[in-house]
Design a protein. Structure first.
Length: 225
């Protein structure tokens, strides 16, 4: 927990950090390590912190953006729903899932989650809430890369694994990688042997349950148990 909720809520950027905010800096660093889009927002949608993955997802502003320090939906209807969900989380401990998008673009979703952080009695700012952004696919590239390193996969085997995790069939993978379907099936066989899996479904599940850590590929070789 922060040293005080007022300190945490008043934070708006690196220039506002002080030694008294060590716990806040630690929490922000933890959020930045997670391979999901996560944001802490306060009243009115004011963004306290958006992790690296959230900022990456919001680049281009297709359905959400951070404008003047606040999280905003580009569609006015969704903006009302977003603000209502934040208020419900702050005052009623309500969890809300929202599906939103804009015409001509794929719909995306987010969850608004209440956090048990008390607000100092002398502040008028409400407690922050956690917003998680929907992942674009079941297994992200970082997880595939981490799994590949842990099991000493070749570059081609990693490519095949990534395609499997994206839901592609062997024939489609062969066409995309411009190799024969028989070669793809050989790679899949080798993948199952190296990962000690009995099927492609089990293989994909093994990757999907990896901890979603952003720096998994920066920390050196991984050890698989």
């Amino acid at each position: 927990m922060f040293e005080s909720a007022a300190e945490a809520i008043s934070y708006v950027g690196p220039e506002r950090r002080t030694r008294g905010n060590d716990l806040w800096q630690l929490l922000a660093a933890v959020l930045d390590e997670v391979d999901y889009g996560l944001m802490l927002v306060a009243d009115g949608g004011r963004v306290i912190h958006a992790n690296h993955f959230a900022r990456q997802m919001l680049e281009g502003g297709v359905w959400l953006e951070i404008r003047a320090g606040k999280l905003k939906a580009l569609n006015p209807k969704y903006q009302v729903q977003l603000l209502d969900a934040i208020v419900a989380a702050q005052h009623k401990d309500a969890r809300t899932m929202l599906n939103m998008g804009v015409e001509g673009a794929a719909a995306s979703g987010l969850s608004v989650v209440p956090l048990p952080i008390a607000v100092d009695s002398d502040t008028h700012t409400q407690r922050p809430v956690l917003i998680t952004l929907q992942r674009s696919q079941l297994v992200e590239a970082l997880s595939v890369g981490a799994f590949a390193r842990a099991h000493n996969l070749s570059r081609r085997e990693e490519e095949v694994l990534g395609c499997l995790c994206a839901g592609m069939k062997p024939a489609a993978i062969a066409q995309q990688l411009r190799i024969s379907e028989g070669t793809i099936r050989t790679h899949v066989h080798n993948l199952k042997l190296k990962a000690h899996c009995s099927s492609m479904v089990e293989l994909v599940k093994r990757v999907a349950v990896l901890p979603p850590i952003m720096t998994a590929l920066k920390a050196g070789p991984l050890v698989s148990q």
